[in-house]
Write a protein that binds this ligand. Sequence first.
Ligand code: DX5
Ligand code: ZN
Length: 230
Amino acid sequence: MMRPMRPLAVLPSVLAADLAHMGEAVKDVMAGGGDLVHIDVMDGHFVPNISFGPDMVKAIRKVTDRPLDVHLMIAPVDCYIDAFAEAGSDLITIHPEAGPHLHRSLSRIRQLGRKAGVALNPATPVAAIEHVLDDIDLVLVMSVNPGFGGQAFISSSLEKLNLVRAMTAGRDIEIEVDGGITAETAGAVAAAGANWLVAGSAVFKGGSAAYAGNIAAIRKAAQRARGEMV
Ligand code: DX5
Ligand code: ZN
């Protein structure tokens, strides 16, 4: 018998929100059907852009009850894990290149009572997670090079998703994909094994009146690819 698929989730990436109205944007996009809030943290060093710090996580924590999925694109990462946990992150995802001891960093995240994720850049091999499978709750397959919203989907991420699905089979691990996810790419990533779909531009385009329709279009494309009735 086939193992049941892990539940599907659509995660709006607030990097694409109207930053002058972050609180309203979060409330509106979650009311429009977002499942978890994806928060991209960039340091201008690990990636060539600067975005949010722990205070933004703390501020967003106040306007929604939904889980906060915090994606740390910062190096070194270890010295900031406690601050992001304290700020109210539910999940903290780190890149293996962002510190010398991935296992130690993941253990720290769990020790703080948060779920731990590892993000794989387009050129980072799946082998990076092979020896930490017992220590993670999520694998994030980057389908763009991290740093900016609105980039084109890199199709080699489909092969990587398949490899991650095989490597994590039977485990309680979410497979997340991030970058260039739209109603057009959602089906392919869902078919390749992603069950958490992060989307920035495709969710926030058109302003708050469009959020619900934008999210529904992504969700429906993924559901169709999963063979679920829509
Ligand atoms: C990229 C970020 C993404 C980004 C996705 O570094 O990790 O979460 O916001 O944006 P879109 O969906 O516009 O590609
Ligand atoms: Zn992200």
